[in-house]
Design a protein. Structure first.
Length: 418
């Protein structure tokens, strides 16, 4: 990499200062919801198969975290400094005939879950968290009736959420839309995002909406979104898991590369340099023995190429700051204040299901700390992924507690002055 670290650091800080000064001059969100320091309330570990979606003893209370998370745990998270909960709600049961007899109970239970959180003092991002099944999530973007049903669901929830205090809740109507990441795909997603916004505004004129770009809510997807059709009570969200090679190592559901990656520390340089090289060597050994024979050479080359982009301080800093700089430039171009930008997901895997190796807790906490620092220097609200499971911050698998390192990082943050 041609950048010298000192020069890169100076440029980075100048860019951050300029971004913050510009954001102070831009119009802020008018009296609505403002996300702060957040956590995604996900678990998903015990999520039942569709044939059980009509069984009230399985499905209620809903979402599934209500069946596991205690008031003491919520209070502990709140006291650690988390003031915002992004509450993922799987919309599939609401679109499934299997759950037709439970519709009103499920919807009421979801609203009760949001009220529980706001009653404990959290601000809540109500997130319809569609889990894609490839590039066409459950027919949503290919079946117009399916899309119409989804818009109707969004409108129904908007009407229910309109009864909350406007500064207590925001509505994010879709998670990580899996559209293509080239600019040619942007107009179609623009049309769909505007339709989701319209469905909300028809039932809830004052509810804060959280809009996203396509491309799985990547920064580039947001940068391709035209924000002019959305009013001032709209926030804009993006996700960042950079560098993906580190944050998703071992994840069996994250493509054909990640399952082979292991032992890569954060950061990859200085005192971690030897561990990083050893982790790379072990990763390549796994590829040679475990990857499909015809894919081994390609996967190994890709891993080496991606590792070479993050194996020095300069390169790792650049990789992590790029999504934030992309979104900040887009916001400045459209006179959008920094407090209307929400980093809705970021995180580093703790342990993949059924795998013995896990991420070093101190390294993992360092990753969250670095990303939080970036978000707050740019003036963005944020929500870590996530409560439990493979990325568990509060719990690991089942109800076992996770290591406290990440929450301790939040506890030790200075007061939020954004």
């Amino acid at each position: 990499m041609a950048f010298h670290f000192t020069r890169l650091k100076v440029v980075w800080h100048i860019g951050l200062i300029v971004a913050l000064l510009l954001s102070m001059a831009l119009p802020s969100l008018a009296g609505g919801f403002r996300p702060g320091r957040g956590l995604n309330m996900d678990i998903w570990v015990l999520w039942p198969a569709e044939e059980k979606w009509g069984d009230p003893s399985t499905m209620l209370p809903f979402p599934e975290w209500r069946q596991h998370v205690t008031d003491d745990q919520l209070a502990m998270v709140r006291d650690a400094g988390i003031d915002t909960i992004r509450m993922p709600v799987d919309p599939r049961p609401f679109l499934s005939p299997r759950a037709s007899d439970l519709q009103e109970q499920l919807r009421a239970s979801v609203i009760a879950s949001a009220k529980k959180l706001t009653g404990m003092g959290f601000r809540v991002v109500f997130d319809l968290h569609l889990i894609p099944d490839g590039q066409t999530p459950h027919g949503l973007f290919t079946d117009e009736q399916r899309w119409a049903d989804y818009l109707a669901l969004v409108g129904d929830f908007a009407g229910r959420l309109a009864r909350f205090e406007t500064n207590a809740i925001a509505f994010e109507p879709i998670n990580e839309p899996p559209t293509e990441c080239d600019l040619a795909a942007a107009p179609d997603w623009q049309r769909r995002m505007e339709a989701l916004y319209g469905a909300i505004r028809a039932k809830a004129p004052d509810l804060t909406v959280i809009a996203t770009g396509g491309c799985m809510s990547h920064a580039d997807g947001l940068a391709a979104l035209d924000p002019t059709p959305f009013d001032d009570d709209t926030l804009f969200t993006f996700h960042s898991y950079a560098p993906f090679l580190l944050t998703h190592q071992g994840a069996g559901w994250a493509g054909d590369v990640a399952p082979h990656v292991t032992g890569l520390p954060f950061p990859t340089y200085d005192e971690n340099e030897e561990r990083a090289r050893n982790g790379l060597a072990e990763t390549l050994r796994r590829v040679r023995t475990d990857a499909p024979f015809l894919r081994r050479a390609g996967i190994a080359a890709y891993i080496e190429e991606e590792f070479a982009k993050i194996d020095t301080r300069d390169e790792l800093v650049l990789d992590m700051v790029t999504p934030f700089a992309t979104v900040s430039r887009w916001a400045e171009q459209h006179s959008i204040a920094a407090d209307r930008i929400f980093l809705g997901e970021f995180g580093m895997i703790r342990q993949e299901y059924d795998r013995p190796d896990s991420t070093d807790p101190a390294n993992r906490a360092a990753y969250y700390s670095r990303t939080i620092e970036l978000a707050e220097r740019y003036g963005f609200g944020w929500a870590m992924w996530g409560w439990g499971g493979a990325f568990g911050i509060v719990t690991a698998f089942g109800d076992e507690p996770a290591e406290p390192n990440v929450l301790n990082t939040v506890r030790n943050l200075p007061p939020d002055e954004r």
